[in-house]
Write a protein that binds this ligand. Structure first.
Ligand SMILES: N[C@@H](CCC(=O)N[C@@H](CS)C(=O)NCC(=O)O)C(=O)O
Length: 204
């Protein structure tokens, strides 16, 4: 049985839960709270030396780290990831975009504001998070104003990866009114059979 370690209110972890559910893979979910030191124990560091969730442990004991690598692994051979070729490359473009140009701003602003209550401590750094986060949201809007999904005309792991933190961007005080295409896409993804919402952020 696959074991997935993650926090229910983390977008990166939500991605893993979603792909396991959407592809109908039996799994054991092990709730791990980094804020409680659970990713710093010797046992957890033996699984992921970076001390981060999510991770997936396959039935044979192999560990997969990095949420988007886990998405790609479990989406292989399913309708959520195109066969090798340009369509798959388009999916990977969005996965790398998510990790480098979106998550470090949209997710971190949320973490500081809604999760850990660190808004005051990070007041000087937040404007850059908002500016760069809006730049990423603008790139998404450009695509989603004209297309129903990020790649092709059906749900893929590109949508799952970017839905994770975009649907809670308001918790990081991002004003989403300039993004009607994103708003329609968020509703479209939420209405997909098997897509669940994430646990609310909690002050850790
Ligand atoms: N690039 C990683 C980021 C994972 C990540 O940032 N995990 C956070 C929770 S969302 C974490 O475990 N933080 C604890 C820490 O870094 O000590 C991924 O996509 O899986």
């Amino acid at each position: 049985m696959i074991k997935a370690y993650g926090s229910g209110n983390s977008g990166n972890c939500w991605k893993v839960k979603q792909i396991l559910e959407l592809t109908g893979r039996p799994h054991e979910w092990i709730e791990i709270r980094p804020s409680q030191g659970a990713t710093r124990t010797p046992e957890f560091l033996a699984l992921n030396p970076l001390g981060q969730v999510p991770i997936a442990v396959l039935a044979g004991g192999e560990v997969i780290t990095e949420s988007n690598a886990i998405l790609a692994h479990f989406a292989e051979g399913t309708r959520f990831l195109a066969a090798p070729g340009l369509a798959r490359t388009r999916v990977f473009e969005w996965l790398f975009f998510e990790q480098y140009s979106h998550e470090p701003y949209v997710a971190v602003a949320r973490q500081w504001i809604a999760f850990k209550g660190l808004k005051e401590k990070n007041a000087a750094l937040l404007p850059e998070k908002w500016e760069r986060g809006h730049k990423a949201l603008g790139v998404m809007e450009k695509r989603l104003a004209k297309h129903p999904y990020l790649v092709g005309d059906s749900l893929s792991i590109a949508d799952i990866a970017l839905y994770a933190y975009t649907h809670v961007a308001h918790e990081g005080e991002f004003d989403m009114t300039p993004y009607p295409g994103i708003a329609a896409w968020l509703m479209r993804i939420a209405a997909e059979p098997g897509v669940a919402s994430m646990e609310p952020a909690r002050k850790a």
